[in-house]
Structures are given as structure tokens and as C-alpha cells.
Ligand binder design. Structure first.
Ligand code: SAM
Length: 356
């Protein structure tokens, strides 16, 4: 582990720091009275896939990453303010040197307002996962989500635009299962005319492989502006299609801010989640904020601007001042997104640069 990393709270030590925070500051909450407990951190905006719904086919973009030590400091700050769940993402996070160090550091943090251990999750395309799965588990990763947009190899490759990607991702999923990172979530963004033929096959994949398949409605966050309402496969259609093959049984949410509506089948085999930010927005329960790979705080996927943390950090602001700044920004978190409404403005950055 890098010795340059700043000291963090020792999981075995008494919670002196956390207790101080509890008595000196309130929980992190926005002006709409939503408790903020989830942070998504992008550790790079580089990606080895060119998914058609996310990126252009070209690779001319400028990339921006911070040293791992900066991400570690940001995570410590947020956890000291009440963040309980951290998702490391990108770009493709497994491309990032130092990721294992960051997972190890993060897994030792202790939430300021909860006795439960910190939840450290990772979202990956799975291409580089097979040789890393066990190390990630050993470093303290709690959960993993693998993006996989088709169960048919040809359709999959047409989406990722990387030959051989399907086999690599399958190997990654198997390695993650063997490492004890299950139950694994599989994210599938549905695009009309591209992979909506895969819905029923994904249900069988969930049952056969014992993974949680989550269908995500396509959002206007792509680089090349191909989104239109017609490209979205709405939740009602997904439910109807699945029900026609095998009746779905609704499952209760795991927590109040869960993004997915959960289902299983009558025999209890397989789990399907449907994340419907377009047809059934869940902004009222949003508990998330994001940090981009260049150290900007974003309070909504669809924000028109973001807020620099790294400049103030580098200019010598102390943790107390940074906390005040973060608290003031989060207080102004947007009430909701406006996808599909007249005058909707696309966000200032695309998904690969925000961190999904
Ligand atoms: N490279 C990693 C991966 O593939 O999972 C992490 C980053 S990726 C941006 C995170 C998630 O965002 C993926 O599940 C991806 O499918 C999803 N995503 C990307 N663009 C999207 C869009 N326009 N609408 C909905 N989901 C999107």
C-alpha cells in the first residue's frame, strides 16, 4: 500500500473521531430533507469499451484523473459527514492503478452515524475482472456490479465495439462469484432496436447463473446525442414482456432509497431489478452525490454545473472548511431531473465523464 496515503480511521480503534463528528455536526441533508448517504466516486474517465449508448466511436477525448491519495482524502471527508455507501466507478475503474489501495483504505473507514461497516461497491464492465476479483475481495470490496448489455455474444460486441469482450466479461463474472463477491448484479441498459430482444433471455440468465439482472432505462447522458424518448424501453414494457413468459412476483425494496424495483419469479429462482429514471423517476428518494475523476462534486446526474473540491483542497483548506463547503453545496441539491419535459437541458457532462 502506498505510504503516501494519509492516515485513516483504524477500524479496530475506539470511534473517537466519529463521536466528535456526531456531536459537532448534523447529518448530511439537502434542502428537500433528503438524507445523503451514498457517494459515487469516479476514479478515471478512461474506458476500454466504446458502448454505443455512452461514447462516440472515437478516442480523441482528454482524460483527467487525480492521485489516489486525493480520492482517499475526499472519501474520508465524506464518510466523516455521514456517507455510508461508496461506489467506485468510472470510466472503467479497473484501468486505474492504485485501485486496490483505495479499496483497502475505504473498507477501513467507519461511517460517522452508523454502527454498520462501510459498504464499498464497484461498477465495472468486467473486461479486466477475472484476474483481479479475488484481490478486490481480499482488499475489502463488499459488492460488485458488472455491466453486460446482451446475453448474445454478437449483440454484445455490437454494443461494446470491442471484439472478444463477451468471453472476457463472462470470465470476470465467474471469477467474482468464485471470489465470494456474489450475489453479483448485472446492469443492462436497454436500447430500442439494439438489445431489447434480449429481455427474456436475460431473465433465464439470472435464473441459471444466480445473478441479479437489472434493466436500466436509457438516459440522455451519452456523448453523441442519440437519445430520444423513442430509444427508451420503459419499465411497463419490460414488466409485460417478462410476465408473458413467467409471472413476476414483486419483492420489497432493500432500503428506502433503492433505485431498482425488485422482482423474482413464483419459484423464487432469479432476481430482476428495473431502474426506471425516465418513466418512473425516483428523485424524491435520492440519497446520492457524485465525485468526478477530476475532483468535482455533482449533486445530480443532470446537474448543469459541478463544484470543484480539489482546487480548495490543494490551496490548503482544512477538513473543517472543506466540510462546510461540501455541506453548502449539497444543501442546494436539485429537487429532481427534468428528462422528457419541454426545455430539458442535457447535463454539462456525459456519463463516462461523470461516473455512472
Ligand atoms: N465502466 C464501468 C461499467 O461499464 O460499468 C463503470 C462506468 S459506466 C458509465 C456505469 C454504468 O452506467 C453502466 O452500467 C452503464 O451501462 C451505465 N450507463 C452509461 N451510460 C448510460 C446512459 N446513457 N443511460 C443509462 N445508463 C448508462
Amino acid at each position: 500500500m502506498s505510504s503516501a496515503l494519509l492516515p485513516i480511521v483504524d477500524a479496530t480503534a475506539p470511534r473517537v473521531g466519529a463521536e466528535l463528528e456526531e456531536t459537532t455536526q448534523p447529518r448530511l441533508r439537502d434542502s428537500h430533507n433528503r438524507l445523503i448517504t451514498d457517494l459515487r466516486l469516479s476514479v478515471t474517465d478512461r474506458c476500454n469499451y466504446r458502448c454505443v449508448y455512452c461514447r462516440t466511436g472515437n478516442d480523441g477525448a482528454q482524460y483527467s484523473e487525480l492521485p489516489i491519495e486525493d480520492y482517499a482524502r475526499i472519501l474520508r471527508l465524506f464518510v466523516s459527514m455521514g456517507i455510508e455507501k461508496i461506489r467506485l466507478t468510472g470510466g472503467e475503474p479497473l484501468l486505474r492503478n492504485g485501485l486496490l489501495d483505495l479499496v483497502r483504505e475505504t473498507a477501513q473507514l467507519r461511517p460517522a452515524f452508523s454502527e454498520a461497516p462501510i459498504d464499498v461497491a464497484l461498477t465495472t464492465n468486467g473486461h479486466l475482472l477475472a484476474p483481479l476479483a479475488q484481490e478486490l475481495k481480499d482488499a475489502g470490496l463488499s459488492r460488485i456490479t458488472v455491466s453486460m448489455d446482451a446475453v448474445d455474444p454478437a449483440t454484445f460486441t455490437r454494443i461494446t465495439r470491442v471484439p472478444g469482450s463477451f468471453e472476457r466479461v463472462q470470465a470476470g463474472i465467474r471469477a467474482a462469484q468464485d471470489a465470494g463477491l456474489g450475489p453479483i448484479k448485472i446492469n443492462c441498459v436497454l436500447l430500442r432496436g439494439f438489445n431489447d430482444s434480449q429481455i427474456e433471455a436475460f431473465a433465464e440468465f439470472s435464473r441459471r447463473e444466480q445473478v441479479i439482472v437489472r434493466f436500466i432505462e436509457f438516459m440522455p447522458l451519452e456523448e453523441d446525442r442519440t437519445w430520444s424518448p423513442e430509444t427508451v424501453v420503459p419499465m411497463a414494457e419490460i414488466v409485460a414482456r417478462l410476465n408473458a413468459v413467467r409471472p413476476l412476483v414483486a419483492l420489497p425494496p432493500n432500503n428506502p432509497s433503492e433505485t431498482a424495483r425488485r422482482f423474482t419469479f413464483a419459484d423464487g429462482l432469479g432476481e430482476i431489478g428495473i431502474i426506471a429514471p425516465v418513466s418512473q423517476p425516483f428523485c424524491g428518494q435520492c440519497s446520492r452525490v457524485r465525485i468526478t475523476s477530476d475532483g468535482k462534486l455533482r449533486t445530480c446526474l443532470f446537474s448543469q454545473s459541478d463544484h470543484d473540491l480539489i482546487g480548495p483542497m490543494r490551496s490548503g483548506l482544512g477538513d473543517g472548511q472543506l466540510r462546510s463547503r461540501i455541506r453548502a453545496i449539497i444543501e442546494r441539491k436539485e429537487a429532481r431531473h427534468h428528462i422528457g419535459e419541454p426545455g430539458f437541458l442535457k447535463p454539462s457532462r456525459s456519463m463516462v465523464h461523470i461516473g455512472g
